[in-house]
Design a protein around this ligand. Structure first.
Ligand code: S3P
Length: 193
């Protein structure tokens, strides 16, 4: 190595990951704003750790037999939040391996306190422009329909940051491939355990 070579952190090998997974005795719960990559990173993380993956929004849709947008339209946000609280409690009770939550779930006091005591919360933090770009790919999010997505996401970030920052772990996602974010989460878990 030359004196000026950039520092590169050692890449985790699968047997390192297996050792970390063996010490992990609770669900990993991903929190953060819409578009942060919670579901994609979560699926990747679960497969690296050899655990199952559940998307809480999918579980809510399955229980309600309706899409998230339909639940908001027919019954309102309060009804959705009640369902979200119940579903996340059930997933933690069932000791799901990796759980991706909807962006508002961790703001709920009861859900947040349950996650913080029975699981490890990981905040996937991401800059607003990336969130805007990623959320523009699908028009399924009721909270982004009523105005300018950048403005809405900026306001939500300000409101929710005090809650997200209570997560035990935080990783930034930005433009990096989701597999790198998953690996960064495993490294953070390793240090936290
Ligand atoms: C929401 C985020 C969505 C979904 C619902 C409300 C929020 O999930 O739960 O539309 O309050 O931020 P994603 O974060 O997976 O998009």
């Amino acid at each position: 190595m030359t004196a000026n070579a950039p520092f590169k952190p050692p890449v985790l090998k699968q047997n390192d990951i297996d050792r970390i997974a063996a010490r992990l005795d609770r669900p990993v719960v991903l929190v953060g704003l819409m578009g942060a990559g919670k579901s994609t990173v979560g699926r990747r993380l679960a497969s690296m750790l050899g655990r199952d993956f559940v998307d809480a929004d999918d579980a809510i849709e399955e229980a309600a037999q309706r899409s998230v947008a339909e639940i908001f339209d027919e019954f309102g946000e309060g009804y959705f939040r009640d369902g979200e609280r119940r579903v996340i409690a059930r997933l933690i009770e069932e000791e799901a391996g990796v759980i991706a939550t909807g962006g508002g779930a961790f703001v709920d006091d009861e859900t947040r306190s349950l996650i913080l005591t029975r699981a490890i919360a990981v905040w996937i933090d991401c800059d607003i422009d990336t969130l805007v770009e990623r959320t523009a790919r699908r028009n399924t999010r009721p909270l982004l329909r009523g105005g300018d997505p950048k403005q809405i996401l900026t306001v939500l970030f300000k409101q929710r940051e005090p809650f997200y920052s209570q997560a035990q772990l935080r990783v930034r996602s930005e433009d990096s491939p989701h597999a790198d974010t998953a690996r960064a989460i495993i490294e953070a878990i390793d240090q936290w355990l």
